[in-house]
Write a new protein. Structure first.
Length: 162
């Protein structure tokens, strides 16, 4: 059983998957930082000042009164939840959607660049000079430099050899 487990772990696909997960986690951290520290403040500034969407919330139910006095609604979602308010934290959801869209855009651009490079490489391979030709007599594939067909032994015309 240990030997089978070792073979399973050492498969190429398993290692590729592990590398992909690790790089994906690091990429996710970069995108999260990009969204939270660069884009969201810019979007908040463009929308009129509130740069921190993660603290945008709606109070669904007030906190219980303390000594007959209703508590004031705090400015942050965490403080509101701690004080006993029932809140709908839509700002964190908006941030997650923006983060997802940015990650999807980045992956799209990476895959598009990869496919473009792959297509360029394919075109280079297609443009390579042919190494074979077809015998005009027996229609067999022969070397481009042949002056006589090795299959039917016909002498090839001079123009066919070029």
């Amino acid at each position: 059983m240990f030997k089978e487990f070792k073979e399973f772990i050492m498969r190429g696909n398993m290692l590729d998957l592990a590398v992909g997960v690790i790089i994906g986690g690091a990429f996710g951290a970069i995108i999260t930082s990009l969204v939270n520290n660069i884009l969201m403040p810019l979007i908040g500034l463009a929308l009129g000042g509130n740069a921190d969407f993660s603290n945008a919330f709606i109070v669904l139910k007030d906190a219980p009164e303390v000594d007959g006095v209703a508590p004031e609604v705090p400015e942050t979602l965490a403080e509101a939840q701690e004080a006993g308010f029932t809140c709908l934290g839509y700002g964190a959801f908006i941030s997650a959607i923006i983060s997802f869209l940015i990650i999807a855009l980045c992956l799209f651009l990476v895959i598009k660049a990869f496919n473009k490079a792959k297509d360029m490489r394919k075109k280079e391979e297609e443009e390579a000079a042919p190494t074979t030709k077809t015998c005009p007599f027996c229609k067999s594939e022969i070397s481009i430099e042949a002056t006589r067909c090795p299959h039917c032994t016909s002498e090839l015309p001079e123009e066919a050899a070029e």
